[in-house]
Design a protein around this ligand. Sequence first.
Ligand SMILES: [Zn+2]
Length: 101
Amino acid sequence: MIIDLTCQKCEASFELNAQALIDGTEPLQCPQCAARAPADLARAFVAALTEFRAQVAALDRKFLLSVTFESPPSRSSTTSTPRTTTSAEARRPLRRPHPSA
Ligand SMILES: [Zn+2]
């Protein structure tokens, strides 16, 4: 499992191997500016990853899994980049059940 990360500090994108993170062979750290997650947060994240991976392994008798995670939009980084949302995409009419009978 490969995790894609973007550094909030220098905006560098990098990848981390989940297995290496779990093994502790790779730190949760930006290779460009050396920013890293707080130790307790990193530990909790690795624990969650370990658990997640175990559950995926348990599930794979029935389903194979491929996941893309996105961080929720962060409130701290309200920079000058305005996000334009296409209103046409958001306004999709709800499908109502057909009133038959
Ligand atoms: Zn960085």
